[in-house]
Design a protein around this ligand. Structure first.
Ligand SMILES: *Cc1c(COP(=O)(O)O)cnc(C)c1O
Length: 366
């Protein structure tokens, strides 16, 4: 049996470092914000090539607080991809704004910049590209459109830890980038966690205020904030893991290289990497016309796979109210029917990888 992902693997590899980090917090006696969170914020900002980072409770809150810090809310529209995890849309809805969807590029599955301008109205305030599967969206045309129309760019970077666009790490290309450290992400906590990165000091300060009851000084509340603080135990765990992120990304790249070389010409559409992208392979997503049958055969062979994502946001019950007003998204619907994520991660060994490749080839042959 080869699981799609075993979340215990990263703990087992770094047990001494992680145990020491947790013990440091427990013995330090500082359990909300404080030195571990400050240190992680500084280290994460530096890793991302951004001037500032602010830790929050999870990736969804990072998106919500980025929108609130930019004063985006009721009556506003935000452009989002039709093909994404629902959190991107939910963040927009949570602040009272309306998500307006744009279809992906068929080759990369990321938002198609050439279709963004047609979705802009007098109410549009921001564009929210997602660096899906760990592959950067095509940011330059998006930033250019934003500049010409006076819009903000909020990057959903929840799958893109360490990915580079035109040689520069994701983190401060747009106005603000939003991160999740959900355990299954490329840099994952052992619980929930999130952060924003930005080069804009005023935006960083506003998120820092909003995540902590709108308070800079205890019991002085400047605005209506929320409680969305990064837990110091999780910050310490993330600090223990961060020095290994690049090595783990290289191991993901080695897996992706083997899949890309060995799974050609068997009826699957393999991931396309534009020449300006250095993806970090959060997921390795293939397209198969008979996806469900393929997934079933792989399950029979003991290979775990997953689907990212089986139902696009506009088809979810959560958006039944908005659905009639949304533009059609046939490509997002087609991708939902055809995508399949193969096992990938820093802890798949050569034998497991060979077994997956053989099973996929066999499943595609009949
Ligand atoms: C994981 C993820 C999120 C949300 O992160 P949480 O920490 O689970 O709230 C947002 N957007 C995308 C694209 C994600 O993959």
């Amino acid at each position: 049996m080869i699981p799609f992902l075993d979340l215990g693997d990263s703990y087992r590899e770094l047990k001494p470092q992680i145990d020491a980090a947790v013990r440091r917090v427990l013995e330090g006696g500082w359990y909300i914000l404080g030195p571990e969170v400050d240190a992680f914020e500084a280290e994460w900002a530096e890793y991302c090539g951004a001037k500032h980072s602010v830790g929050v409770a999870n990736g969804l809150d990072a998106l919500v607080l980025a929108l609130r810090a930019l004063d985006i809310g009721a009556g506003d529209e935000v452009i989002v991809p039709s093909n994404t995890f629902i959190a991107t849309w939910l963040a927009v809805s949570t602040v009272g704004a309306t998500p307006v969807s744009v279809e992906p590029d068929a080759a990369t599955h990321n938002i198609n910049p050439s279709q963004i301008e047609a979705a802009i109205t007098s109410r549009t305030r921001a564009i929210m590209p997602v660096h899906l599967y760990g592959q950067p969206a095509d940011l330059d045309p998006i930033l250019d459109i934003a500049r010409r129309h006076g819009l903000r760019v909020i990057e959903d970077a929840a799958q893109a830890h360490g990915a580079r666009y035109k040689g520069r790490r994701i983190g401060a290309h747009g106005d603000i980038a939003c991160w999740s450290f959900y355990p299954g992400k490329n840099l994952g906590a052992l619980g929930d966690g999130g952060a924003i990165t930005t080069d804009n000091p005023a935006l960083a300060e506003r998120v820092a205020l909003l995540r902590n009851y709108g308070s800079r000084q205890k019991y002085v509340n400047e605005e209506k904030g929320i409680n969305s603080r990064l837990d110091p135990i999780q910050a310490a765990i993330l600090r223990a893991k961060l020095p290994y992120l690049d090595e783990w990304t290289e191991r993901r790249r080695a897996v992706a290289r083997i899949y890309s070389e060995t799974l050609q010409d068997i009826g699957l559409t393999l991931p396309h990497v534009p020449q300006w992208a250095e993806p970090v392979w959060h997921l390795f997503v293939v397209r198969a016309p008979a996806r469900d049958a393929l997934q079933g055969r792989l399950a029979d062979a003991g290979i775990g796979t997953s689907i990212h994502y089986p139902i696009p946001p506009h088809r979810q019950g959560a958006y039944r109210d908005l659905a009639p007003t949304l533009p059609p998204s046939p490509l997002a619907e087609r991708l939902a029917d055809e995508v399949l994520s193969l096992p990938i991660g820093p802890h798949i060994d050569r034998e497991q990888l060979a077994a997956v490749v053989e099973a996929v080839k066999r499943a595609c042959a009949n």
